[in-house]
Design a protein around this ligand. Structure first.
Ligand code: ADP
Ligand code: MG
Length: 699
């Protein structure tokens, strides 16, 4: 078969220059190949027609064939609607539209035969179908009344009469033009045989025009399998190449510093999970290959301590380490924590942020060059070009989702032999997604909280119940606790949000004249911000009104109430992060999600999940299911565009895991890609790498 990607879409029957330009712009479809790989997003079973006298309000989507008798415009203002009385001779149903009334009356005519598709409901004793799909009975013959494909289209396309049915017709024309030629297979015969896969030719035909539900299922399976396999092969190959290219520093000693800390300074028993993870990292760093590890652990699971102990291993082997945090507040806090942990030990720790200037900065930079500074803690400032180390052996990156892939890459250059890298995240990424996004990172999980923590109680409260809420806050403060009140912030620069916060602050100071109130937001100078945080930490203020700047890492154990205003405006992982700011002391803590009365279905679900569980991994999975991977925090910031055509990371997790195993075995058995039976696979991988820009970003 000739290469379809060189055949311009505009020469396909039914397209032409004008439609071609719309397909280019709206769908990124330029060639016959692009069109062929534009898959339907759903299929509707059109094999069964119902009679109106059979249906009631409890049925799922159904299909009727009949004629519109009359149109009737009803209601006024917001109640305005258009009703078409529709009959097939066995009864009458009402088709109802609340929007696009003009479009409907212009498009459909009384007396013509239509096939109507929708969900029947009963309203005022009559059967209604709101906003049905309507096709002329004529048009519908084209899918032979079996499973009909539906393609996503845009408004612009619809205006140019390029709706789903039109695309379906173009697909027909495409297959007609190809005359059932056989497509060049893109998987090896071994794979096809071993995993009982459908051939590419059959899969492509059945994905557009499924002959039966079973054939559709097999076509989808084959195409998902292939898509995930190549994504995994690509990631794994890069990872292996990198491993071979870079030898790692060997940390084969656990020495005096680590042991002294363990014996004298460690204030509590490590949890089992902490011990296991430290062991995993020791093994990694001693193996002779460079460590690239993602440490996942729920908020409060004790990642900082694990990171610190890993850093001490580097010190024991004669290397320096640095730790990066996404904000100044957090960097300063880590600095304090580490200093406290290392009290009485002879280890030089310094803090470097954009704020550290002049002589102080020079002294630190000099200390790094001589090797006197052993642990450097800071913000992005530590990866600036002016910062050089004498022997950097390990880099810890906290709260990874704020650091891009590019920044991570910048670290490689800090030593002739690249340092080991430990990335920590408290926004747990579901395993399946981690595999796709960070296929080059090994993953450690702290799945246990330190003992004695009481789970935070989460309560949903409508904003018209504020007096009750304030009563509760007052009661908690009287018992000696402190309270956070957080307002949403979308972008730090948005004046709106600051206004929100200022109003909230005024309101709170009026409602609680007997208490002191702190205020922190992203537009404040770091020093001011820090001063306010410190006041709250010293319990000089009882209420902290803030935007999400406090989201990450801040630790005030005496704070036991987290009130989140406009909780509907936060994503799940953000809500979970915020909740993690309380429950750090011995007292029972509370998280109160305040929302308006009207909530969308999705928001309601989000709030429900928060109320039901404290488990960050469960929340991350739910988040992925609700929002899809494209929106997941971390994926956008890291610049990874999700470009999967058919597989769905949220739903196809199992297949992904299965396919990853296959990819690993393939690479183990044939690392150089020389076996003739795999030739197809390597050729296809190369081809995809050439075409697909996004992959380079993923790895
Ligand atoms: P996170 O994983 O969210 O970064 P932290 O490292 O800030 O969590 O730890 C939260 C709190 O738990 C800190 O005050 C820390 O000192 C404490 N902690 C860590 N490990 C343990 C442990 N094994 N036993 C008791 N407390 C611990
Ligand atoms: Mg932390």
């Amino acid at each position: 078969m000739p290469d379809l990607s060189t055949r311009d879409i505009k020469f396909l029957q039914g397209v032409g220059p004008q439609r071609a330009s719309i397909l280019n712009k709206e769908l990124n479809v330029y060639s016959l190949h692009d069109l062929l790989y534009y898959f339907p997003y759903k299929y509707v079973d059109r094999s069964r027609l119902y009679y109106i006298h059979e249906i009631d309000g409890n049925m799922p989507y159904i299909q009727l064939r009949g004629r519109i008798l009359t149109f009737e415009a009803l209601g006024e203002g917001r109640q305005r609607r258009l009703v078409a009385h529709f009959s097939d001779g066995t009864g009458v149903v009402d088709l109802v539209w609340f929007q696009g009334l003009k479009y409907v009356t212009g498009k459909y005519k009384a007396g013509e035969e239509y096939v109507v598709f929708g969900k029947p409901t009963v309203f005022n004793g009559r059967i209604n179908i709101a906003h049905p799909d309507i096709d002329s009975a004529e048009e519908l013959k084209l899918s032979a009344m079996g499973l009909q494909p539906y393609y996503n289209t845009t408004e612009k396309m619809k205006r140019a009469n390029l709706n789903s049915h039109a695309l379906e017709r173009l697909m027909k024309n495409l297959f007609h033009a190809l005359q059932r030629e056989v497509f060049d297979e893109t998987l090896s015969p071994t794979l096809i045989e071993t995993y009982h896969l459908m051939s590419l030719t059959d899969a492509l035909y059945n994905i557009h025009f499924p002959q039966t539900p079973e054939l559709l299922r097999r076509a989808q399976y084959r195409l998902k399998f292939e898509e995930l396999l190549y994504v995994q092969l690509n990631i794994l190959r890069y990872a292996r190449e990198r491993r071979n290219k870079f030898r790692g520093l060997v940390f084969d000693r656990v020495g005096e510093i680590f042991n002294t800390f363990y014996a004298r300074n460690l204030p509590f028993e490590l949890t089992g999970a902490q011990k296991r993870v430290i062991k995993e990292m020791r093994r990694d760093m001693g193996s002779g290959r460079q460590m690239n590890r993602l440490l996942q652990g729920d908020v409060g699971s004790g990642k900082t301590l694990v990171a610190l102990m890993t850093m001490l291993i580097a010190l024991d082997n004669g290397y320096q380490t640095c730790m990066m945090a996404p904000t100044e507040i957090l960097a300063a806090q880590h600095f304090e924590t580490v200093r406290r942990f290392l009290e009485g030990m002879d280890v030089r720790v310094e803090l470097l942020t954009g704020n550290v200037k002049g002589k102080k900065r020079e002294a630190i930079l000099r200390g790094l060059l001589t090797g006197d500074v052993q642990i450097l803690i800071g913000t992005h400032a530590v990866i600036e070009d002016t910062v050089s180390f004498s022997s950097l052996g390990l880099v810890v990156i906290d709260e990874q989702h704020r650091f891009g892939v590019a920044q991570r890459a910048k670290l490689w250059a800090k030593n002739t032999c690249p340092p080991h890298v430990l990335v920590m995240t408290a926004t747990p990424i579901p395993r399946t997604l981690a595999m796709t996004l960070y296929g080059d990172l090994d993953v450690s999980v702290i799945d246990e909280l330190p003992p004695g923590r009481k789970p935070v109680k989460t309560i949903h409260q409508f904003d018209n119940r504020r007096p009750v809420l304030y009563g509760f806050i007052r009661q908690q403060i009287q018992a000696g606790r402190q309270v956070y009140i957080v307002y949403p912030l979308i972008k730090e620069s948005e004046k709106m949000d600051i206004k929100n916060l200022e109003e909230g602050y005024m309101h709170i100071t009026e409602a609680f004249p007997e208490y002191k109130v702190s205020k922190v937001h992203g537009q404040m100078k770091p020093a001011e911000k820090d001063e306010e945080m410190q006041r709250f930490l010293r319990n000089e203020t009882q209420i902290m009104v803030a935007t999400t700047v406090i989201e990450v890492g801040v630790n005030v154990p005496n704070a036991s109430v987290m009130v989140i205003e406009n909780a509907e405006r936060f994503g799940l992982s953000q809500l979970h992060q915020l909740r993690g700011r309380v429950g750090r002391g011995a007292d029972q803590s509370y998280c109160i999600l305040v929302t308006g009365y009207k909530l969308t279905e999705e928001t309601r679900k989000r709030i429900e999940i928060m109320v039901q569980t404290n488990d960050g991994f469960e929340i991350a999975e739910a988040d992925l299911k609700l929002r899809g991977p494209g929106d997941l925090e971390g994926t956008q910031q890291s610049g990874v565009a999700f470009d999967l055509k058919i597989a769905d990371i949220a739903r196809d997790g199992q297949l992904l895991q299965f396919v990853r195993g296959i990819a690993e075995r393939l690479l183990d058995e044939d690392p150089e890609g020389v076996r003739p039976e795999n030739a197809v696979v390597w050729r296809q991988l190369k081809e995809l790498r050439r075409k697909n820009v996004n992959w380079a970003v993923i790895s």
